[in-house]
Design a protein around this ligand. Structure first.
Ligand SMILES: NC(=O)c1ccc[n+]([C@@H]2O[C@H](COP(=O)([O-])OP(=O)(O)OC[C@H]3O[C@@H](n4cnc5c(N)ncnc54)[C@H](OP(=O)(O)O)[C@@H]3O)[C@@H](O)[C@H]2O)c1
Length: 276
């Protein structure tokens, strides 16, 4: 039985992924920002498999402080995390800022996951088959201005979303280069009928069951055991945009992402090798 943390497990693809992983006998840490919604998912998972004690973990990803508190809680309470699925996401129609003064799409979809992942590496390292899975999208951008994404001058919701999704690929590829013993992959789940899709593009899309296929595969399949640094669509490795492979761009984003960490306490908890 694996312990699997799914961010944004209270709705859409994350919720369905959590359900399917629970169905296969695994223990889920249900992350959400709404305690109410997280409890409802826990009840659903209990019905699927009552023998496993699933857990709720609350943090608003618009707050670095809450990400820090979440990681501290998990380090106190858990022996290990086998799989971290960085799924939570939003689509913003207007320019708004997180508690830490970062444009919200970038804060929630990318930067909070960057911080959470680095803080949870010690727990992942305790697994015998640790896996990190980052949600990107086929609409990821083709380039990134790593200075401007945090506070864009001419905000455009679609651009911010695409930027956040290229950031997730650049993060995946760089982390893969510098981490040892943990696999890290990213994915596009398909065009899936969720509230995020409706917010950004209107009604349509496939079922959440289809959306859960690739994350469940990357979390559990022996076919991808030891496989790292990939971008997957429909269980197959695909080539993302050329910019994703530029190590200089990966490094620029990484360095700027470290700079955008507001609390010294977070920086103190990140191993030195990841700080420069
Ligand atoms: N749907 C698609 O067609 C599609 C395509 C490509 C990629 N994706 C990616 O798939 C992932 C899942 O999206 P979805 O389509 O399943 O959307 P969704 O149904 O809207 O679910 C998003 C999840 O993220 C959570 N979340 C949002 N803001 C948060 C915050 N500030 N703090 C903590 N949690 C937060 C939501 O919590 P609440 O339940 O409280 O709202 C929900 O659990 C996203 O990364 C998205 O970019 C989706």
């Amino acid at each position: 039985m694996k312990t699997i943390l799914v961010t944004g497990a209270t709705d859409g693809i994350g919720r369905e992924t959590a359900k399917e992983l629970a169905e296969k006998g695994h223990r889920i840490i249900i992350h959400g920002r709404s305690e109410n919604k997280a409890w409802k998912v826990k009840e659903e998972l209990n019905k699927i498999n009552s023998e496993v004690e699933h857990k709720i973990a609350i943090a608003d990803l618009e707050s670095q402080q809450q990400v820090l508190d979440l990681s501290t809680q998990l380090k106190e309470e858990e022996d290990k995390i086998d799989v971290l699925i960085n799924n939570a996401g939003i689509y913003q129609n207007q320019l708004e800022f997180s508690e830490d003064k970062i444009e919200k799409t970038i804060a929630v979809n990318y930067h909070s996951h960057f911080v959470l992942t680095l803080l949870l590496l010690p727990l992942l390292e305790k697994s015998d088959d640790p896996r990190i899975i980052n949600f990107s999208s086929m609409v990821h951008a083709h380039n990134l201005d790593t200075d401007k994404i945090w506070d864009p001058i001419n905000f455009n919701g679609s651009q911010a979303y695409s930027d956040s999704k290229l950031a997730m690929i650049l993060f995946t590829f760089k982390l893969d280069r510098i981490v040892n013993g943990i696999t890290v992959n990213c994915l596009h789940p398909g065009v899936i009928n969720t509230k995020l899709l409706r917010q950004g593009w209107g009604a349509g899309g496939s079922s959440v069951e289809k959306g859960a296929v690739t994350p469940v595969y990357l979390a559990l399949s022996d076919e991808v055991k030891g496989e790292s640094g990939g971008y997957f669509v429909n269980k197959n490795k695909k080539k993302p945009t050329e910019a994703a492979f530029k190590q200089e761009l990966q490094d620029q984003l990484w360095n700027k992402s470290i700079e955008m960490i507001k609390y010294q306490e977070i920086l103190n908890k990140i191993p030195d090798q990841f700080l420069n």
